[in-house]
Ligand binder design. Sequence first.
Ligand code: TYD
Ligand code: MG
Length: 455
Amino acid sequence: MSKDKVKTVFFCTECGYESPKWMGQCPGCKAWNTFREGLDSKSNSKDSSFAKRNGIDNSVIIPVSKVEIKKEDKIKTNIGELDRVLGGGIVWGSLTLIGGDPGIGKSTLLLQVCKSLGESGKEILYISGEESHAQIKLRADRIGEFKDNVKLYCETCLDDIKEVIEKEKPDVVVIDSIQTMYLEDVASAPGSVAQVREATGVLMKIAKGMGVSIFIVGHVTKDGNVAGPKLLEHMVDTVLYFEGDRHATYRILRGVKNRFGSTNEIGVFEMRNQGLVEVGNPSELLLDGRPENTSGSVVSCSMEGTRPIFIEIQALITPTNFGIPRRQSDGVDNNRVVLLLAVLEKKLGIPLGNCDAYINVAGGIKVSEPAIDLGLVAAILSSFHNKPIKEDTAVFGEVGLSGEIRTVAQTEARINEAAKLGFKKIILPLSCKKSIRDAKGMDLVFIDNIKDLKI
Ligand code: TYD
Ligand code: MG
């Protein structure tokens, strides 16, 4: 056997478990049929210590208290909504992955980031493996004027890209997209698990070793995961997802993982002719076009990071014509809806077992905070009884399995925002009463059980 033969291993695309043989089921995460062949990461680096591999000299042992930190200056992109999601700005030498459906605006956002950073004097290299110079220029023209320190490079060979980055020494690099990049040493095609994994490894080395901040665009699969190994998400420092309805004009950027900030912040943008424009008050946009005096429509409030977002929950409850009743939800967890339907059936005796239930959060936003439970319950009851809830009413609170209404955090922030948006009445948990100092002239209705919800 020749000494420099490249060894391959099989690894699980879900959890990254490595094995010398292919296996049907992963012993690590018990997922089936997730093993793919890839390059052995140990075989091509003599020194496998993380720090050495990443070009960082962290091999000394010192007490935590003695570690000196060069002030962690973050690079502000001056796109407020993005800075918020990133946790204040781009960290030097960080690797950020941006995922999202095709055409949602990943390339547009990153080009805007390049423009903005270019204006603050940073050296930028935008590397595209998908579009030609002319195509990028067309998009750039829509966005605005670019300074000369923003440079384009159309290439897919990562070995060449590495050399160029080492020569040019840019401050920020954009790789659009990781699925088009390939390394010559890896035999499989670009976009394959092995290529994506190795390419990300190389980019991480560049980022940590040279202190270059790198943005990677990642395509997503049909079920909304970044194509390629889940491992990719483990490797990078920050993962951002673009979500939202491609047919609607606004887009939501959500932090899924962030080593340098909180993950529950969202940034809201609107796609216009001149690129993505920040939306300062997302609730207004999400509630825009709400039907008046219609049953099954309720406004609820979800805290997204530090910001309360008001959303419209719509429910449609119809008799089941035959077979098993359908439960379908968009924007909220279907299991949560099923659970709340069961609570309503048991505690209020409403025969929802004979009804189909369709739930939708208007605007394509996905919400997961339990505080919207009471909003869901109110929408379901409103549709079932065919009784509208007044448009100036907002509802929030967590619902427990015995129908009790539990407290939610940051009640005052929610009330303040509701007042700003022009709501007059709020139905909320009784246990929130003690934390409220200023009701902002709002009619507050405190309840502690879903039995008290009068619809
Ligand atoms: P793009 O950034 O190319 O998407 P991705 O890289 O995520 O695949 O965005 C493409 C969409 O955005 C396309 O449908 C056109 C639209 N768009 C605008 O509406 N206005 C603009 O100024 C730009 C640049 C794009
Ligand atoms: Mg693109």
